[in-house]
Design a protein around this ligand. Structure first.
Ligand code: PLP
Length: 412
């Protein structure tokens, strides 16, 4: 595949950092390096690090690993972490294309936005779900792209409409270079794309030659025992970039996420990293890596299963309260992953003022649906999260929302 056709002029003009290129020569036996500008680690005050897990287990990070974590390191991530992640991808996704690369970022948002910059130039058309993750739209909007919204239903993006849009694409306008999608426990919809839909969308991507950006931070929060396979797993062309995150399963504040995909695409993200963040925090990576190596892949998969179970319980409590208070005034889908419910308020054309003003007066915070649409629109939807609030607070909040909709529609 010729990836250069997809690169934005900014990304295409990126060159490797001369100093970073020299680093590989420094490890040749007998080489004396006066080249690098690394600070001398003997002046750093830290020597030991250990982490204590909730169960009381203490993991000591070796002094050698601490020294590596404290120094400048590879832009794509600490080698022992990258290797662990690579093995996880092979084990979990069994990708058709085994020759993929990984780049770790400060959270998945970091590498995701670098991918956006790699592909999108002002005036380019890009495919996004309607509704879509607001954090992605926030980055794409200032790039000056034209959003082409892809309708979603309870099985995922609707293929027929997408195919129709692309078939009727004007001959003198460049076709979209990528489709950005959140396939599991979508933010804001809570919906999960079925495998059948993924295959249908992938076929369209092949026919119309676009890249799929699979942003999947809720992948491990799928409640069914058998997680739905990723686009990354069956990608045979090398047209999928997959974004994973530890934010929902280890810690959000630790800021570790990663991208996996074709070498030529990941390379552009790494080049961006060389010129911006240099590399993700060594300390964060060392902490994550120490826990992951201690657990092994089986231990990690046990951990994520328990996290998914926790959110499934929260989902059940939310749906129970929704059944109690919102029947007749709202409609919603029961999410099978993640932490969001996308609620349609019946008899309301535009949820914005109701949620931004009236809901605040009633002391309930929700996100009005319009925030999640790339192109300005009025929508009756609101996003609710069940991740943090207690069961009794969820119950009270939904009672208040029910009252609010009843009051608003009675006055019509
Ligand atoms: C769909 C989606 N993508 C990306 C992110 C960012 O995740 P991270 O914390 O890994 O940067 C979020 C966070 O909420 C999200 O919901």
């Amino acid at each position: 595949m010729d990836y250069s056709q997809f690169f934005s002029p900014t990304s295409a003009s990126r060159k490797p950092s001369a100093i970073r290129q020299l680093q590989k020569f420094s490890s040749i036996p007998g080489m004396i390096s006066l080249g690098g500008g690394n600070p001398n680690p003997t002046t750093f005050p830290f020597s030991k690090m250990s982490v204590t897990l909730r169960g009381g287990e203490v993991i000591d990070i070796s002094e050698a690993d601490v020294q590596v974590a404290l120094q400048y390191s590879a832009t794509n991530g600490l080698p022992n972490l990258v290797q662990w992640l690579r093995d996880l991808q092979l084990l979990e996704h069994r990708p058709k294309l085994q020759d993929f690369d990984i780049c770790v970022g400060n959270g998945s948002q970091d590498v995701l936005t670098k991918a956006f910059e790699m592909l999108a130039a002002p005036g380019d058309s890009v495919l996004v779900e309607a509704p879509a993750y607001v954090g992605a739209l926030a980055f794409l909007r200032p790039l000056g792209v034209k959003f082409v919204e892809v309708e979603v239903d309870e099985s995922g993006p609707v293929p027929d409409k997408l195919e129709q849009t692309l078939q009727n694409w004007p001959a003198d306008v460049k076709k979209p270079k990528f489709f950005y999608t959140v396939p599991a426990g979508g933010n804001p919809t809570g919906l999960t794309t079925t495998l059948e839909r993924k295959h249908q969308i992938y076929e369209i991507a092949k026919r119309h030659n676009f890249i799929i950006l699979e942003d999947d931070p809720y992948y491990y929060l799928q409640f069914n025992k058998h997680r739905i396979p990723s686009y990354f797993s069956f990608d045979s062309d090398g047209r999928v970039l997959r974004f994973d995150s530890f934010s929902k399963i280890l810690s959000a504040g630790i800021r570790v996420g990663w991208v996996s995909g074709p070498k030529a695409l990941v390379e552009r993200i790494v080049l961006h990293g060389q010129a911006s963040f240099l590399h993700p925090s060594g300390i964060s990576q060392a902490v994550v890596s120490s826990v992951l190596h201690k657990w092994g892949h089986a231990g990690f998969l046990n951990h994520v299963q328990s996290v998914a179970k926790f959110y499934e319980g929260k989902r059940d409590a939310f749906i129970q309260s929704a059944d109690k208070w919102l029947k007749g005034v709202a409609e919603w889908n029961v999410p099978t992953a993640g932490m969001f419910v996308w609620i349609k308020l019946l008899g309301i054309d535009d949820s914005s003022s109701l949620i931004q003003e009236k809901a605040m007066e009633k002391k309930v915070v929700l996100v009005p649906g319009f925030e999640f649409f790339a192109n300005p629109t009025k929508t009756p939807y609101v996003r609710a999260a069940y991740s943090i609030a207690s069961e009794s607070d969820i119950d009270t909040a939904l009672m208040r929302l029910g009252e609010l909709v009843r009051e608003a529609t009675q006055h019509k």
